[in-house]
Each structure stands twice: as C-alpha cells, then as structure tokens.
Design a protein around this ligand. Structure first.
Ligand code: UD1
Ligand code: BG6
Length: 416
C-alpha cells in the first residue's frame, strides 16, 4: 500500500509530479488554428477539430525545450467543466472570498495574488473558524470558495452553510468527490490529487494551489490585456511535473540537512509575497509532525519583533527564490547574517549572486543552501514547499515520531 516507501507521507510527497498531471488532465486545451488553408507549416498538432485536450502523456512530454512544437499555432485554454456555467457570475462578484482551515488555507494564501492580478476582483482570505467567530458580513454579490482536501472539515462546512444563508455564490475546491462540500456547493472543481492518507497534507496542498491558479486563468480568459501573462503561466504549468521530479531527486541533500537540525528546539521560516505561504506551511509541517517549535514569519515584519530572536543558535530558513521580491529577501538575508543567524536558504538555480557570496572564502559555511528551478512566480510556491515537506518528514523520522499519525491530530476534523 505504501508502494515501497516507509510511510504514506513519503509516498504522497513523491506522488506529486503525477498528482499535478492528474489535476491538469483533460483541463488544459489547445485551441488549434484552422490548418486547411496554406501549407499548414504553422500547425504542428493533428487536425482534430478546433480544441485538442492535452492528455497526461502530452503533459509529461512537456519539459522546457520540448514545449515549443506542441504550442506553435495553438492558443492554450483552461477547461474547468464545473465552473464554466458560473464564470460570468463569479467575475461580476464584488469580492472573491477564500475560506479554509490549516494547510488548505495556506494554499489559498499562496494563490491569492494571481487571482487578484488576473481577475482584478478584490480577494479576501478567511480561516473558517474566524469567519464564524466574527459572524463576518457576507453578501449576495460575494463569491465564496470553500477549499478543503477532505471536503468534510466541520468549520469549513459550517462556514459554507453560513455563506449560503447570506445568499453568496458558494464554490467548492475539494479533493474528495461526493464529499459534503462537493455536494453542498453550487459548483466547483475537484482537485483530483488522489487519495491522501498521511494526516499532514502534501500532494493535496500543491494541487490545490494549481487548481486556484487554473481558476484564475479560466476567469481571465477573455482579458486581452492579461493575454501575455496568461500564456506565460500556461506554458510553465506544463513544466511543473518535470521540475517537481528534479526537486524530489535532491532528497539526500535534505536528509543531511535534517540530520543537522534534528536536535534543535526551534526553527523560524521567513518568506514574503507568493512565498509567505511557503514559510507558514513549512512551519506548520515541522511543528505538527516533528513537534519542534516552528514559526512562519512574513519577512516584511522582521524588524517588528522577530529579529530579536536571531542569534548564532537560532536556525532560520529564508525562501529567497527569484521573483519581484528577491532583492527584499536578499536584504532579509543580510539582516539575519548581521545578527549571526544560522541560515538555511532556498534559492533559484543559477542565482550566482547568492551562490557565489556563500561560496566565497569569507562566508563559506555561513548558510546551508537548497536550490530549485525557476518557474513562473505564481507557480513557484508549488515547487518551493517540496524540500520542506521532505525536511519535516526526515526530521520526524530522525526524532522518532509517528509521521503518518501525529499525536492529538486527525486527518479530517469533523467537530468544531
Ligand atoms: C468531470 C468528471 C470527470 C470527467 C470530466 C469529463 C466527475 C466527478 N468529474 O470533470 O470524471 O473526466 O468531467 O468532462 O464526474 N463540484 C461542486 N463542488 C465541488 C467540486 C465540484 O459542485 O466542490 C461540481 C462541479 O461544478 C461539476 C462536478 O462537481 O458540476 C464535477 O466537477 P469536476 O470533477 O471538477 O469537473 P470536470 O473536471 O469537468
Ligand atoms: C486537519 C489536517 O487539521 O485539517 C490538515 O490535519 C488539514 O492536514 C486541515 O490541512 C484542513 O483539512 P481539509 O480537509 O479541510 O483540507
């Protein structure tokens, strides 16, 4: 049942490349131009009507250089059967509100920016319990997305009933077909990541982010001004599975890092922008599985308190992959170095400024460095969390705790 892995969590981490393919299967379409005129040299797809759905084989073939022939002469589109009849209504909403708990909430946080950017509709995030505690105002012209791996989490379900009573359009994003959230929502998208058994969510998380990005692409498909950006994201969607496979090949490096950190009592994680969610999710995984205290911190808040915790004994992870905030993250790294912090950095392959700095004589050994491929900024959190899923997994095994069944926790929390 564990397919040769020691634990379900490890298996599920390694299933992510194929889970991403399953999430995209039948949902990425190439609209082919009519090839019947001219010499057909621009049309590299078989002539089979105007829309060709990529199957999983096509998706697996896509890898950097291999992408071009498939795309030439075709316009990429996202197809989400459940959402299509409601897309116009959703776009007319006054607000898009994402409601979830735990790791599912972090998935919403990771994808929030791209939904705002592509739809231009204000996006709010709500922890389901907090929305209910506040009896927050919801209106008929709001669309609420309920994001849940199990589709059975009590707080999220209660928030759904609450939103329904207020007349909001309720949309589900769930990994479990036939679950309560799937049944009770007006429409939605199944994540299709496959069954997840480990209590700590891994493949559902990365696939939830992917689904929300795909929803943003779907909702913005008529926007001419967003066309270039959409195409950029679409191309990189197809590169994700192979990039994810490359991250997973580095498991040995992560295991060594886990050995270095296994006796620590605390671990801080800094990120911002798309990767604030990565820092929060890393910290959640480390604390819920290895029982090591861990805190995810918005790097922009460093000087408003957390900096006081930094000294030569405090391990601090910094997510500094290449995006518009890379310079700000470099400044965070400098601040932490100035206080002699013990750094673990996640950086983009080829970021020579950072890599050379720490390979130089002066700073050699001052940071442990993990590298990942660069992908479109809004998809980067999907890759970036993987080394930290592996880190929390190996920390837990080394510390001798139950990875798949952490104490006091349940896979599906069906009571408030
Ligand atoms: C659907 C089929 C899939 C088939 C594909 C072919 C199902 C479950 N899915 O996938 O097997 O290959 O058509 O076109 O039969 N929904 C909710 N709330 C949720 C999630 C989903 O109401 O939280 C609804 C959707 O609005 C939709 C239905 O459930 O009406 C199926 O959703 P989804 O599986 O995402 O749709 P497709 O990807 O089109
Ligand atoms: C539980 C799980 O706390 O519920 C977490 O242990 C999960 O992994 C959270 O993120 C929310 O669950 P769901 O099913 O609504 O995504």
């Amino acid at each position: 049942m564990k397919g040769g892995y020691d634990h379900f969590m490890q298996k599920e981490i390694h299933e992510q490349p194929s889970a991403l393919v399953e999430t995209m299967r039948g949902r990425i379409a190439l609209e082919v131009e009519d090839c019947s005129e001219g010499d057909g040299s621009e049309c590299t797809l078989e002539r089979q009507g105007s829309l060709k759905l990529l199957d999983s084989l096509d998706l697996l073939k896509e890898d950097g250089g291999g992408a071009e022939p498939l795309w030439r002469g075709a316009t990429p589109r996202v197809k989400l059967g459940g959402l299509e009849p409601h897309a116009e209504n959703i776009l007319r909403s006054r607000r898009l509100i994402f409601v979830a708990c735990g790791t599912s909430y972090h998935a919403c946080l990771a994808a929030r920016q791209v939904v705002e950017e592509l739809t231009r509709v204000p996006v709010a995030l709500e922890l389901a319990s907090d929305l209910l505690d506040r009896q927050a105002p919801l209106y008929r012209d709001d669309t609420c997305f309920f994001v849940s791996q199990s589709g059975e989490t009590a707080d999220t379900l209660n928030a759904l009933q609450y939103a329904k009573r207020r007349g909001s359009l309720c949309v589900g994003i769930t990994n479990t077909v036939g679950s309560s959230i799937s049944r009770e929502t007006a429409c939605g998208v199944h994540v299709n990541a496959g069954v997840e058994i480990g209590v700590a969510s891994t493949k559902a998380y990365t696939c939830q982010i992917l689904v929300i990005v795909m929803i943003a692409l779907k909702l913005s498909e008529d926007s001419i001004s967003k066309g270039k950006r959409r195409n950029e994201i679409m191309r990189d969607l197809l590169r994700l599975p192979s990039m994810m496979r490359r991250v997973l090949r580095e498991e040995g490096v992560i295991k060594n890092l886990a050995r270095e950190l296994a006796q620590e009592t605390s671990l801080l994680a800094f990120g911002r922008g798309y990767n604030y969610a990565t820092a929060l999710e890393l910290a959640l995984k480390v604390k819920e599985l290895s029982y090591m205290h861990s805190e995810g911190i918005l790097a922009g808040e460093l000087k408003h308190g957390p900096l006081a915790l930094i000294d030569e004994t405090m391990p601090a992870v910094v997510v500094a992959t290449n995006d518009a905030l890379r310079e700000k993250m470099w400044s965070t790294i400098q601040q932490l170095l100035a206080r002699k912090g013990r750094l673990v950095l996640l950086v983009s392959k080829g970021d020579d400024d950072i890599l050379n700095y720490f390979n130089g004589e002066e700073n050699d050994g001052r940071a442990r460095i993990i590298t990942v491929d660069t992908v479109c900024d809004c998809l980067q959190p999907i890759l970036n969390i993987v080394p930290f899923q592996l880190l929390s997994y190996h920390l837990t095994v080394l510390r001798g705790f139950n990875v798949d069944q952490p104490r006091n926790l349940a896979k599906s929390v069906t009571v408030e």
